[in-house]
Design a protein. Structure first.
Length: 126
């Protein structure tokens, strides 16, 4: 669906859609944070993704530059940035607790330089 079709099928007052991305089919976004040219989107956990990083330097043409999956049986629906540290929760969601083994988070945080390309700068923090 393009932005014109979305706008035609939406109700809005003093707003218009300038860009759209379907996040490669992982549209369960829970929280987003914009810093510089990037939007960091934490996913609810109903898709396999924990975090999507979208380059919005051109708002009419947003581009996903990285998607990171969450560990099995977890979700990571919150994201914050402090300096050059990206912090994201990783927890076992209540709606999936029954019948699943304990979660084993693998990447609790990533360090990056927000003004640079996160793809080349992301590092696991131990």
């Amino acid at each position: 669906m393009n932005t014109a079709e979305i706008q035609a099928n939406s109700e809005s007052l003093n707003m218009r859609i300038i860009g759209h991305h379907d996040l490669n089919g992982h549209g369960d976004g829970m929280q987003l944070l914009k810093q510089g040219r990037y939007v960091y989107l934490a996913h609810l956990g109903t898709s396999p993704m924990a975090l999507s990083i979208v380059d919005v330097a051109d708002p009419s043409d947003p581009r996903v530059i990285m998607q990171m999956p969450h560990a099995p049986n977890t979700h990571a629906h919150k994201v914050q940035i402090a300096g050059d540290i990206l912090i994201q929760n990783q927890e076992r969601p209540l709606f999936r607790q029954i019948g699943f083994p304990p979660a084993c988070p693998t990447k609790p945080a990533s360090k990056f330089t927000a003004s640079r390309n996160p793809r080349s700068r992301a590092k696991s923090v131990t």
